[in-house]
Design a protein around this ligand. Structure first.
Ligand code: NAD
Length: 502
């Protein structure tokens, strides 16, 4: 086995062994090659070097996976009931916890994220599996008043039962691969669905490890199927498949639209977690000791490749200069490097292609007349490392303010008013509505702004406050439905109303 150089950083023997493969598709409980026999390389974004080759699935493999999921849905999985499903999810949680170090390193080398984020991600995955193991016990219907025409002639009983939607297609992006996969897979399985997971072609590895552990934990064959593949082939086939009852998708708003069109054939249910361009409002009384690092990380966390990123900053003119000075100092202090280095705060962008888009957005902001306060140019080293980049003097119509860049690029606008309606109008001037934050020491201002901001999540004096039990999702073009918490379970359940004439 040739050692892969990770910028001079060592990885665990278990990581080296896993990377050496093989990496195949999981269909009906068996690891198989794609029917076309094709493979795809996956790279370490920090070095650009190939770290593994993965079997590539296409439409025929999606057909096989959907058939396996359908068979499992009507077979052993449906007979297992809540206790059996809960026990398997809990067993998988323990397996992930045992392999936490391996998962952490796979996320770092496949995605480029810094170690502190990868570690958090993996502990969240364990938490989510445990949470939905418990939630499986709390799937409950109601009893209600029987309809008049039945109750008028006989004693009657009406109640509802919750049933799984069926076969669910889970389409996952590359920015937090294992966490995004599990926040769909855990509630889907708890609800009693069977699943076909389509990882991002850029980051399949941790999801393949999860599949291996799920088999070891004892999930019946066909309950979890994993088909690596390209979006335009495997992804499109899954979204359009007549045998799929529900698609849960996380990714860009553009792909979300394609998924909606593809789903019309059999009118499958669709949940969408899409893009964002979230507002961060800094009021004149904000505590800058909190706001400086908080606002910086709202934009730069995960290299800005974060759907919740707060990238539109609105700051009151009275503290604009103080905030800007703090943000520039904080940004210049951020350590960029390989995610395996514990000192790294910011890693590379996922790929050269994505890096080119981010750098193009920076060029465009300059051409539009925004003022560059720091960053703006990639580092001269392998991998596309773009340092924290701050633009001031931004105006509402600029592309840097309107378009999701999905990179470490902050656009600052200043305002002069303290009128909450006027400030909220600035914050809401976006096609998106995923996250947002307000920085103030006034409880009244905080509540008034929270009530006016049109977003699925608004935090005060912090940003992006997600949690396993807290519903998360978008207003406007940021998506349909909610993930996390009980809401995520609802997305994989149908309600059946039953009336008995006694
Ligand atoms: P993407 O839309 O390019 O791809 C996401 C997934 O969809 C991948 O698995 C891809 O292969 C697949 N895909 C691509 N085209 C498809 C098609 N036509 N049919 C079916 N599947 C297809 O997104 P990305 O670049 O991987 O991720 C970045 C985007 O994801 C950003 O816009 C970001 O805001 C969004 N995102 C949103 C959330 C959220 O919770 N709202 C979380 C993370 C990322």
């Amino acid at each position: 086995m040739t050692a892969i150089p990770f910028d001079g950083h060592a990885v665990l023997p278990a990581t080296r062994e896993f990377l050496a493969g093989p990496h195949r598709l999981l269909i009906g409980g068996r690891w198989v090659d794609g029917q076309d026999g094709e493979t795809l390389a996956t790279q370490d974004p920090a070095t650009g070097l190939e770290i593994a080759r993965v079997a590539l699935g296409g439409a025929a493999d999606i057909d096989a996976a959907v058939a396996a999921a359908r068979q499992a849905f009507h077979g052993p999985w449906s007979r297992l009931g809540h206790p059996g499903r809960a026990a398997l999810l809990a067993a998988l949680a323990r397996k992930v916890a045992e392999h936490a170090a391996l998962f952490t390193e796979l996320e770092i080398v496949d995605n480029g994220m810094p170690r502190f984020i990868a570690g958090l991600t993996v502990s969240n995955v364990v938490e989510m599996l445990d949470y939905y193991a418990g939630a499986a016990w709390r799937i409950e219907g109601t009893t209600t008043t029987p309809p008049h025409h039945v109750a008028a002639v006989a004693e009657a009983l009406t109640y509802t039962v919750r049933e799984p939607v069926g076969v669910a297609g889970l389409i996952v992006p590359w920015n937090v691969p294992i966490s995004t996969a599990v926040l769909k897979l855990a509630p889907a399985l708890a609800a009693g669905c069977t699943v076909v997971v389509k990882p991002s072609e850029l980051t399949p590895l941790s999801i393949l490890l999860l599949g291996r552990l799920a088999m070891e934990a004892g999930f019946p064959e066909g309950v979890i199927n994993i088909v690596n593949g390209l979006g335009r082939t495997a992804g499109a086939a899954l979204a359009a498949h007549p045998g799929v009852d529900k698609v849960s998708f996380t990714g860009s708003t553009a792909t979300g639209r394609a998924i909606v069109h593809a789903a019309t054939g059999n009118l499958k249910k669709v949940s969408l977690e899409l893009g964002g361009k979230s507002p961060v409002v800094v009021m004149p009384d904000a505590d800058l000791r909190l706001a400086v690092p908080g606002v910086a990380m709202a934009t730069f966390f995960l290299q800005g490749q974060n759907c919740m990123a707060g990238t539109r900053i609105f700051v009151h003119e009275s503290i604009h200069d103080a905030l800007l000075q703090g943000l520039v100092e904080f940004s210049r202090g951020m350590v960029l490097g390989h995610g395996l280095d514990p000192a790294t705060m910011q890693g590379p962008l996922i790929s050269e292609a994505h890096g080119a888009k981010v750098l193009g957005a920076i060029e465009r902001a300059l051409a539009e007349g925004a003022t560059l306060a720091c960053g703006g140019q990639r580092l001269a080293r392998p991998g596309c490392f773009v340092p924290p980049t701050i633009f001031t003097g931004c105006r509402p119509g600029m592309a840097v303010v309107r378009e999701e860049i999905f990179g470490p690029v902050m656009a600052i606008q200043r305002f002069a008013t303290e009128d909450v309606d006027a400030i909220a109008a600035l914050a809401n001037d976006s096609d998106y509505g995923l996250s947002g934050s307000v920085w103030t020491q006034s409880l009244a201002t905080a509540h008034k702004l929270v009530a006016r901001i049109r977003s699925g999540q608004v935090s005060v004096n912090c940003h992006g406050a997600i949690g396993t039990n807290i519903p998360f999702g978008g207003y406007k073009q940021s998506g349909w439905g909610r993930e996390f918490g009980h809401d995520a379970l609802e997305a994989f359940l149908e309600t059946k109303a039953v009336t008995l004439r006694l």
